[in-house]
Every structure is written in C-alpha cells, then in structure tokens.
Design a protein around this ligand. Structure first.
Ligand SMILES: NC(=O)c1ccc[n+]([C@@H]2O[C@H](COP(=O)([O-])OP(=O)(O)OC[C@H]3O[C@@H](n4cnc5c(N)ncnc54)[C@H](O)[C@@H]3O)[C@@H](O)[C@H]2O)c1
Length: 264
C-alpha cells in the first residue's frame, strides 16, 4: 500500500464523514469506523474499497478498537499514518435536567473513546514512520461552559490528555495534536440548543474542520524537528479569538466573557 492511511472514529456522519471524504479526495486510504454500522458501510461503498475500509466501532469498547484496527491494518498494508479521534456526543441542558447516565455516557465516549483509541493504536502508529494523532477537542475547553458542563469537562480532559501524550510520544516520533472548533453545523446539535448557540451562532461547516485536519496531516518538515508542531489549533475566527483572549486577559475577565456568552 503506497497510500497514507487515516483511521477516523465516528466517521459515519458530521465532521467525521466530511473528513473521510476530504482525505479520500486527497489520495489517502481512509478508515471509516462508527457505532452506526449502516452509515459507515454506506460511506465505504461511496468512497470505494480501493480508497476506504470500515465497519463497526463503539469507541468505549477496547475489544472493538482491537478488531477495527486489525481489520483496517489488513486493508491498509499495516500502515496507520494518522488516527483521528473524532467520535463524540453532546447532551445539553442544565446539570440536573440531563439524566445522570447521559453525563456518564458523555465522559465514556468523549474521554474514554480517545484514551482507548490512542492506547490501542499505539503499535500501529509506532510501526508507521511520521505518524500522528489528532483528537477532536472543542472551544468548550477554553473555559467551562454552562448548559454543557459534562461535555465541556470531557473536552478539558481531551485537552489535558493530548498535552501529556504529546510530550510522551514526541521522542517516539508520533505527533499528538488537537483541534478546537466552536459550533459546527452537524447532527450533534439536534435537540441540543444552548444559549451559547444563540449568542455566538453556528458559523462553521464540516468542510471547515475537514480542511483544517487535512492541513495538519502533512508530514513533518525539517523545521518540525527544530520547532515542535503546535499542539492545539482553534478552528474559525471566533474560536481563535476566544482562545487568544483566554491566554492574554486576566482569568476573571474570561469568566465574565463566558458568563455573557451563556447569559448565565
Ligand atoms: N458540532 C459541533 O458544534 C462541534 C464543535 C466542536 C467539537 N465537536 C466535536 O466533533 C466531533 C464530531 O462531532 P459532530 O459534530 O460531527 O457530531 P455528529 O453527531 O454529527 O457525528 C458524531 C458521530 O460519532 C458517532 N458516535 C457516537 N457515539 C459513538 C461511539 N460510542 N463510538 C463510535 N462512534 C460514535 C455517531 O454515530 C456519529 O456518526 C465530536 O467529538 C464533537 O464533540 C463538534
């Protein structure tokens, strides 16, 4: 297999699907894995078996990661150039309006799924020179968000996990990064209205995020050996502005800006 290979979790819909389509168009061999088997299979058929392989993966289940990665490696010639931990859910509402089990599921999928993915993919990443991981984080990891508290907490965990693993794996030649979109127009938002949507709007498309991921997937240049790659990348001007502000202004101001956005 001469094509670089990317494995995407939660690839049957939304950002994952657009990203799979975009990487396939760029000549990558794409792993389309999702708990939605029908959606994953339909996308593999659409992309063609010379461009994609895919099937079932519940990211909360380590044994399903093992199977999915083994199947993918068999189709990709053993290559895993890039793992994109994309699968995620959102359950919006004030803390006690959302059933406790849904908060727990949010953590299991959004955090556990990322940890399971990196843990299980390590041997394949290690065996593929110049490989990397991109975790889909969120602008909700800039400051804790009301009405999506457990989702926001899950993305803070993804942020911390990414930072720690980047330091661990840098010497091994495996890049670890995260992208931070603000609201993107996908099914994730269906039935999940928040005040933050109303204040900030939903201004990003799935293609915006897919473009960013393709741009980050380039092989490291000589410069990267001297200057390590950026760990976090905000997507879109509002997310870049909020992230920059949070770095520059005193924390009480960040807190007030977020209170204003959420009208809390
Ligand atoms: N949409 C946004 O506003 C937004 C903003 C920032 C970050 N994100 C993040 O982007 C990622 C993708 O979200 P999206 O907006 O495309 O959502 P989406 O709902 O459109 O798609 C999510 C996909 O993940 C799959 N999935 C859900 N649970 C899974 C599981 N246990 N195992 C495997 N697959 C599972 C779903 O079947 C679906 O195909 C998520 O991590 C989300 O948190 C989304």
């Amino acid at each position: 297999m001469t094509k670089p290979a990317v494995f995407i979790s939660g690839a049957a819909a939304g950002i994952g699907k657009a990203t799979a389509e975009r990487f396939a168009a760029e000549g990558w061999f794409v792993g389309v894995y999702d708990v939605d088997v029908a959606g994953a299979t339909a996308l593999v058929e659409q992309l063609g078996s010379d461009c994609a392989a895919g099937g079932r993966l519940d990211v909360t289940k380590p044994e399903e990661w093992e199977q999915a990665l083994a199947d993918f490696a068999a189709a990709s010639g053993g290559r895993l150039d890039l793992l994109i931990n994309n699968a995620g859910i959102l359950r919006a509402g004030r803390l006690t309006e959302v059933p406790l089990a849904q908060h727990q599921l949010t953590i299991d999928i959004n955090v556990g799924g990322v940890i399971n993915g990196c843990w299980s993919a390590y041997p394949y990443l290690k065996a593929t020179p110049g490989s990397g991981v991109i975790n889909i984080c969120s602008a909700s990891a800039i400051y804790g968000q009301p009405e999506i508290t457990s989702y926001s907490a899950s993305k803070f965990a993804v942020r911390g996990f990414t930072e720690g693993l980047e330091l661990e794996w840098r010497k091994e030649g495996i890049r670890v990064q995260a992208v931070w979109p603000l609201w993107v127009n996908t099914g994730l938002l269906d039935g999940n209205d928040t005040t933050s949507h109303e204040t900030l709007g939903v201004n990003l498309t799935v293609e915006d995020v897919a473009d960013q991921l393709v741009a980050m997937a380039r092989k490291p240049s000589l410069l990267d050996k001297v200057k390590p790659t950026k760990v976090h990348t905000a997507v879109g001007m509002p997310a870049k502005t909020l992230a920059t502000l949070a770095d520059l202004v005193p924390s009480f101001l960040t807190r007030e800006v977020n209170r204003f956005i959420a009208k809390a």
